[in-house]
Design a protein around this ligand. Structure first.
Ligand code: UT7
Length: 333
């Protein structure tokens, strides 16, 4: 096992909407049923915002994480927010969360690496912490997929939910840390939502670029489920294995693997490829569905609070998603 400069998780937080949508609720709005959703995905319920914005849940999770760390918001030296569902093009969700925390001054910005966002952000925070510029970094993953889900498309709407989770990180010397991040933009069209734009009097033609992407004027999330599934069943084990190799350990030596919660079948396939039992996998997909970048820290939160993950455990966060992006980060909790 290779020891290096890594991160310590000093505090965690989580916030989810109160509204819960069950599989039976979805059967009332699209042609689906509990059996299909459970068998094909492992999802039973998801939380859905009743109009509260993305920053609202992110700020709530952040406040809990800061309090859990025994800190004040003014102690935070950097705010990184991961989201594919911001409330605005500008300001960033990070600036809105900073506002809600009642502080100003420290840098705050968003990262969009889709469902791999949290993995990317932990790696970025570690680099800031390692160089000594800051003492504490706040990483918040906040998502409201319900903003752009097409509730008439049964193949996607049953998958997604809303959630936010946050961690406060500080520098740790002589610890386990490794990170493997990757992307493959050639699969950009497999999971996409087009940005909105205004009507422009200087244009006499509509978009003619990227016509394999969702059509202009529609910002619903479109997914080629089969292609993403194929990608995910390779990306997940590959990222985990690469991060383990860099850390000088085998996947079996990890105490917990926290995968992006997209589909239980993807996670089962990955476990087989990694030659680890499903007991290693920390799951809460049944309760929350796919919440993009929030899914990993949300499952981590449940793992810690339930006692499944303990101090000193070797934990691997591993994600994959739109972009396409994928990656894994290994820490000692
Ligand atoms: O975070 C982003 C990462 N995203 C993912 O990881 C998603 C990856 N993909 C998947 O998880 C799976 O592809 C899905 C869960 C989206 C779909 O599962 P599948 O086993 O690949 O189903 P399928 O698309 O092959 O569809 C099988 C059948 C089709 O009907 P026919 O053509 O066989 O008659 C679909 O129309 O199931 C039908 N179907 C449904 N039936 C009932 C699709 N959605 C539903 C539904 N309820 N909700």
């Amino acid at each position: 096992m290779i020891k290096t400069v890594g991160v310590k998780v000093k505090g965690i937080g989580r916030a989810v909407p109160e509204v819960i949508a069950t599989n039976e609720d979805f059967a009332k709005i699209v042609d689906t049923n509990d059996e299909w959703i459970t068998q094909r995905t492992g999802i039973k319920t998801r939380h859905i915002s009743n109009g509260e914005p993305t920053y609202y849940f992110g700020a709530k999770a952040a406040k809990e994480a800061i309090a859990d760390a025994g800190l004040e918001a003014s102690d935070i030296g950097l705010i990184i927010v991961t989201t594919v569902t911001p409330d605005y093009y500008t300001p960033s969700t990070a600036c809105l969360i900073q506002r809600e925390l009642g502080v100003s001054g420290c840098p705050a910005f968003d990262v969009n690496a889709a469902c791999s966002g949290f993995v990317y952000a932990v790696d970025m925070a570690r680099r800031y912490l390692a160089c000594g510029d800051i003492k504490y970094a706040l990483v918040v993953a906040s998502e409201e997929l319900s903003k752009f889900v097409d509730y008439e498309d049964r193949s996607t709407c049953i998958l997604f939910g809303d959630a936010a989770a946050a961690v406060v990180l500080e520098k740790a010397e002589d610890t386990l840390f490794s990170s493997f991040l990757a992307a493959d933009g050639s699969g950009a069209n497999y999971l996409a939502s087009r940005a909105m734009h205004t009507i422009n009097p200087f244009r006499d033609q509509d978009y003619t670029y990227d016509m394999n992407m969702p059509e202009p004027h529609k910002h619903y999330l479109l997914q080629d489920g089969k292609e993403v599934y194929k990608f995910a069943t390779n990306a997940l084990p590959t990222a985990c294995k690469e991060a383990c190799d860099k850390a000088g350990i085998t996947p079996d030596e990890l105490d917990a693997i926290i995968p992006h919660q997209a589909n239980v079948r993807i996670i089962e396939t990955a476990a087989k490829k990694l030659h680890v039992s499903m007991d290693k996998m920390v799951l809460n997909i049944a309760d929350y569905g796919n919440t993009s970048s929030a899914s990993i820290p949300n499952a981590f939160y449940d793992g810690v609070k339930s006692g499944r993950i303990k101090r000193g455990d070797k934990v691997c966060f591993v994600g994959f998603g739109g972009g396409l992006t994928y990656g894994a980060t290994i820490i000692e909790y």
